[in-house]
Design a protein around this ligand. Structure first.
Ligand SMILES: Nc1ncnc2c1ncn2[C@@H]1O[C@H](COP(=O)(O)OP(=O)(O)O)[C@@H](O)[C@H]1O
Ligand SMILES: [Mg+2]
Length: 301
């Protein structure tokens, strides 16, 4: 169950606000890029800025010895796991393994009883609220698509940038040129450029999933968590989603939970197998598929 205390159909207004701010900052950076240093020197000597993710240690997400119990049942049991910047990590495992709960912990929806959860090497995620974590650039896609069915594809993406959702603000909202560039870019990425004027409600299930991913991308998240993104998709949609994820790799860090092995096979580098709330095995898909313990608990004989 997603908790949505803010009452909207869309889960992360704060993330939207941050997206808008970041685009603004980006536009300004572009403007000031042509200084004496060519805008380069500053980047080389830059020391980690407060609020910015420090990935100098080669890790964007770091979980250590994390546990959480629900009524005495350990859903997450001394879980340790880390992800490199730009990595596309796949997570598999039987139902009830704790995959969704792990995402709940990373996004601040569930507090662990023990352990450490870091975003980069300096941001202790356990000190922040769900809204603050979204604002820092951790986007989450739940299994069910959540788009505004009565709005067009374009309007849905546009909305992802709006900070004030009141009708009055909406009337006066206009995209600046950086934002329009970004929107067109995202439309292309999610294969919906030809459908920008269509009502979201008329899209196929797969297209709605892409649109929601697009809404997350409008906010330029650093880390994207995707829970069973191809469930219910046709084979063709699944293939296109694999292409989409491969195109995001490197620009964003991704953690993808899926059961579809051919999909995993197409997109994965490292696969983590979760079982009983901790890591059972990790390696290439071929490696974990050959692991006796993984076959026993998950893949079957
Ligand atoms: N809020 C909760 N309250 C009680 N039990 C929960 C809660 N969230 C998850 N669980 C239990 O924790 C275990 C892990 O669930 P989950 O993370 O959803 O597994 P997965 O996503 O791998 O299928 C399950 O046994 C589930 O019933
Ligand atoms: Mg789950």
């Amino acid at each position: 169950m997603r908790s949505d205390k803010r009452g909207g159909q869309f889960m992360t207004p704060d993330l939207m606000e941050e997206g808008a701010q970041r685009i603004e900052a980006l536009a300004q950076k572009r403007q000031h890029g042509h200084t004496e240093s060519g805008g380069r020197a500053a980047g080389f000597s830059r020391i980690a800025t407060p609020g910015e993710v420090d990935i100098t240690h080669g890790r964007i997400l770091y979980l250590e010895d994390v546990s959480v119990s629900f009524d005495g049942f350990k859903a997450i049991n001394s879980l340790s796991l880390d992800i490199a910047p730009g990595e596309l990590r796949c997570v598999i495992g039987p139902n009830g393994a704790g995959k969704t709960t792990m995402m709940d912990i990373i996004t601040g929806k569930t507090r662990p009883d023990q352990g450490r959860v870091y975003f980069g090497s300096t941001i202790d995620l356990l000190r922040y609220t769900e809204a603050e974590i979204a604002q820092m650039g951790i986007g989450r896609k739940f299994q069910k698509p959540t788009v505004f069915e009565q709005l067009t594809v374009f309007e849905n993406l546009e909305l992802a940038l709006k900070t004030d959702k009141s009708v009055r603000a909406s009337v006066f909202f206009a995209l600046d040129s950086a934002q329009s560039d970004r929107l067109l870019d995202v439309l292309q990425t999610i294969h919906l450029r030809e459908h920008l004027g269509r009502l979201a409600g008329n899209l196929s299930h797969g297209q709605k999933q892409w649109l929601e991913i697009g809404m997350l991308l409008m906010q330029d998240p650093k880390l994207l968590l995707l829970d069973e993104p191809v469930a219910g998709m046709t084979d063709e949609e699944t293939e296109r989603t694999a292409e989409l994820f491969l195109s995001l790799k490197g620009k964003h860090s991704l953690m993808v939970v899926e059961h579809d092995m051919s999909f995993i096979n197409t997109i994965s580098d490292i696969v983590t197998v979760l079982c009983d709330g901790s890591v059972l095995a990790q390696g290439t898909l071929a490696q974990v598929q050959a692991d006796e313990r993984v076959i026993e608990v998950y893949l079957g004989r």
